[in-house]
Design a protein around this ligand. Sequence first.
Ligand SMILES: Nc1ncnc2c1ncn2[C@@H]1O[C@H](COP(=O)(O)OP(=O)(O)OP(=O)(O)O)[C@@H](O)[C@H]1O
Length: 256
Amino acid sequence: MGPAVRVQGLWKRFGEQVAVAGVDLELPAGRFIGLVGPNGAGKTTTLSMVTGLLRPDSGRVEIGGHDVWQDPVAVKARIGVLPEGLRLFERLSGLELLAYTGRLRGLPGDEVDKRAAQLLDVLDLASAQHKLVVDYSTGMRKKIGLAAALLHNPQVLFLDEPFEGVDPVSAQTIRGVLERYTASGATVVFSSHVMELVESLCDWVAVMAAGRIRAHGPLTEVRGGASSLQEAFLELVGAGDRGEHHDLDWLGGGAR
Ligand SMILES: Nc1ncnc2c1ncn2[C@@H]1O[C@H](COP(=O)(O)OP(=O)(O)OP(=O)(O)O)[C@@H](O)[C@H]1O
């Protein structure tokens, strides 16, 4: 089986700022993949280019063997995306949003109804299905966004910070759905800067810093001899000694 995603020579600049500086990456199919890196590392920019939301300055991306920019329809049929800062149709109810998304995806009406009912149930949104999305909480928005991204049963699911602002119960629910999804051979790619989360969920990771991939591979390989992914990550991104500085010696109790 070929890689789920193949990225070659990907670059993106915003004026003087180089956000993504030559990323080459092959993401294996059927894995739970974490893209980790500090704030500003270029994770969102990379995922936006990989999913066809942002045009790269140069480089190529293939998903399931299809070029994201030359064959966008084939790619979009195969992927689901939960972007950061997801915009939803606020004046639709959760159920209406799924019905609309399903029809846009070309699914027959009765199939959409069946899948929507199951997703709402599994994601614990059934009791809120007639509520307008504008009235949903942050966690509910993530869950309805996830349901919309899964409705057409994509081969690869991209999630940008899916657990940000989500309470532990909802996080567990989301996690259960994602684990079930990857167990059946699909691929999840998600970005996060929460190492514990990545370590507990992912079996394959790519570490990004300053627009480049610093390490990638099975979790155990990337972690190497370090006691945790967090420790390996701090060594990789060269921030191991951060916090040792005494510039803030005025901060805290004592003399004002
Ligand atoms: N539209 C834009 N215009 C200008 N600069 C941008 C734009 N988008 C991203 N950048 C810059 O590119 C760099 C990478 O940003 P990006 O959002 O991809 O990082 P990230 O790894 O997702 O960070 P975070 O974890 O904080 O979300 C940052 O320096 C950011 O300021």
